[in-house]
Design a protein around this ligand. Structure first.
Ligand SMILES: O=C(O)CCC(=O)C(=O)O
Length: 313
């Protein structure tokens, strides 16, 4: 029998042990920023890597302070922002929001952070020596806020070579209670964008979801991580996060998306922009840009994530 990566077609005996094997597999962990050949192989096989301590305490403190400034409107007021009242605490300000898309467009600190050196070193090994970034998202996900339904990021950001990768940076500790990431290892290898059905779970903000009921529960991983950990995951990997069920804890995370610079990016932002063969609102992160003869554009504007996300038309 061929080895099954997702567990969907495994016999029960194998299913039971797959999660255990993955969670205890040292190859899933990038230690001290040192990417080993086993890490690279693990990413190919299972579509994710966990990098504890990849972002320093000082960088985390800077990200926290920048998050507050962004949501207080100090980096520019974004449509939908609620004016801050005199004396309002940071927590009370942040509780009003779920996330902002493209914060690097207004925050020089977050634009610089796209090139965080430890993350770049991993990307160069698992994606390509030539890497570009096209999007960032800053989640605050305060108490009670809903999570993101099962999805694949390449549904939204289609590359031509399946090289999309998310670098999910835990600014706060993330755990099951406050809505950590959930992944189904190996699903990126199924190699296609899966159909979506209406969502009926109030765990999620989205009106649609990929039905994951065919995967054994044993193979779905809850990625509980400490602040400063980076979780890297493939653009075809099934992932989600549930509602923050705490009454007083945020689950702040910055997600930067990257891809190989060799691939063009036919991305129309869910119909927001005219579809072109290569969306050039990018930031080069490493190596050479084969398309440097084409100008870099400034298309995307930051926007606040709505509490309910409509199905992509
Ligand atoms: O952080 C989350 O809650 C969800 C993140 C996510 O789905 C993504 O980065 O694509």
């Amino acid at each position: 029998m061929a080895f099954c990566f997702t567990g969907r077609n495994c016999s029960f005996g194998i299913q039971k042990y797959l999660k255990l094997i993955l969670m205890n597999n040292e190859s899933a962990y990038v230690r001290n920023g040192n990417v080993t050949p086993d890490n690279v192989q693990f990413y190919k096989d299972y579509g994710y890597l966990i990098c504890p301590g990849m972002v320093s305490e000082q960088e985390i403190a800077e990200l926290k302070s920048e998050t507050v400034k962004i949501f207080r409107g100090e980096r520019g007021v974004i449509d939908g922002m609620i004016p801050v009242e005199a004396g309002e605490s940071d927590a009370d300000v942040l509780k009003k929001y779920v996330a902002i898309h493209f914060p690097h467009k207004i925050s020089p600190a977050l634009k610089t952070f796209l090139g965080q050196k430890n993350i770049v070193e991993v990307l160069k090994k698992v994606v390509s020596p030539n890497v570009k970034s096209m999007q960032s998202m800053l989640f605050v996900k305060g108490p009670g806020k809903a999570g993101q339904a099962w999805h694949q990021d390449e549904y939204y950001i289609p590359t031509r070579d399946k090289s999309l990768i998310g670098a999910w940076i835990a600014i706060d500790d993330a755990n099951v209670q406050n809505g950590c990431l959930w992944l189904i290892p190996g699903t990126h290898r199924e190699g296609y964008i899966m159909p979506r059905v209406p969502n009926s779970s109030d765990e999620y903000a989205d009106t649609d979801v990929i039905d994951v009921s065919g995967y054994p529960k044993e193979n779905i991983i809850q990625v509980e991580v400490k602040s400063g950990t980076v979780v890297l995951f493939h653009g075809y990997l099934l992932h989600s996060s549930k509602r923050n069920k705490t009454s007083d804890t945020f689950r702040t995370a910055l997600v930067n998306h990257y891809m190989s610079a060799e691939s063009m990016l036919p991305w129309d932002q869910d119909g927001k922009f005219k579809l072109t063969e290569d969306m050039r609102d990018i930031v080069m992160i490493a190596g050479k840009d084969p398309y440097a003869h084409k100008p870099i554009t400034d298309l995307n504007k930051p926007y606040l994530r709505p509490e309910v996300l409509e199905i992509k038309k």
